[in-house]
Design a binder for this molecule. Sequence first.
Ligand SMILES: Nc1ncnc2c1ncn2[C@@H]1O[C@H](COP(=O)(O)OP(=O)(O)OP(=O)(O)O)[C@@H](O)[C@H]1O
Ligand SMILES: [Mg+2]
Length: 375
Amino acid sequence: MIKAYVREADYLNFYKKQTEAYSTRSMELVKVNALFMPTLLMLVGLSTILTIYLGSIEVINGRLSLGNIAEFVIYVNMLTWPVASLGWVITIVQRAAASQKRISEFLKEVPDIVSGAEPCDTIKGHYEFVNVSLGYEANRPLVLKEVSFKIPAGSSLGIVGRTGSGKSSLVNLLLRLADPVEGTILLDGKNLKTYQTDSYRQHIGLVPQDVFLFSDTISANIGFGIPGKEVTDALIEQAARNAEVYSNIMEFPDKFNTRIGERGITLSGGQKQRVSIARAIIRNPDVLIFDDCLSAVDTITEEKILKNLTEVMKNKTTVFVSHRVATVKFCNKIIVLDEGRLVEEGTHEELLQRDGMYRQMFEKQLMENPEPDLS
Ligand SMILES: Nc1ncnc2c1ncn2[C@@H]1O[C@H](COP(=O)(O)OP(=O)(O)OP(=O)(O)O)[C@@H](O)[C@H]1O
Ligand SMILES: [Mg+2]
């Protein structure tokens, strides 16, 4: 970004200022530290000299014995170190207090999502949204408004809508990354909140909208979907094949052991998305959620992936989020969101018959992108 927007000079300047400020402060600290020990030693010496000087006068005047002076000097020396350490300890405690304040902020943070008590060993995957509303912040408008629909177990649901219409927010609700402010989400007839969150999420394979890849090998990134001890090469390969990224990977010199850079910068956008899909598929979850995960893939590859997925999705509840009608038209049911409201619901054919938003989107996209010929 810095190169593309030619902001090198500004950022160099910024960096210079920061390091200079740091260096000035460090020098100040070093100066204080350098003065500290000599001053301390000087004060200790001074106190001894003073004691001896004033004490000697008293001895000459016969008011004190020599033994008293010696005793006093020894006591002063014995007390110097504990008192000096006290000061030292106080500075350490104050430094720690500053750090502790930050640490406590984290420790005191209470998660918004409270895990339920019920373990979730097996799920059928029947979801029901009943008048669900969602808002992220109290004083901002709702992101989802009274949304109600069902996803029968083992069926697929497509969600389409303009950007910002609340599709990803709906996915967050499904994963319990957010809780509705009103209404309920039922899973197999029970409120989603009653289940333990981690045992529930174990059943879900998510392909998020923002692909997140680790700076590791491709196989590690795909294998991330399942516990380390269950990962095998065969599983990784199969997942890559289903996600249509196998041939791409085989073209890399190190194949599955190719290391990908930070956040996957060495892969193309579409390759990243497909690695992310492979990660979800390898999990063989009961519920699959794809959040706009084919946006960077060309239509022909998309069709291939969708074809492979029909096998993977068999008897699994699947949710497809997309801007493109072509991605969701195979779904058993499609819902259309507009500004947080569910405006249309039905199969592809049913929605086309209605002269609504879905049909408008379909016609526009058909003009831009005619159906690919797979033969
Ligand atoms: N974590 C968040 N905190 C506050 N507001 C949010 C948050 N996430 C999303 N929003 C807001 O919620 C609204 C819906 O966002 P959402 O991501 O669900 O849209 P979307 O339909 O997935 O859009 P897109 O097609 O661009 O992915 C937006 O107005 C957005 O600003
Ligand atoms: Mg989104």
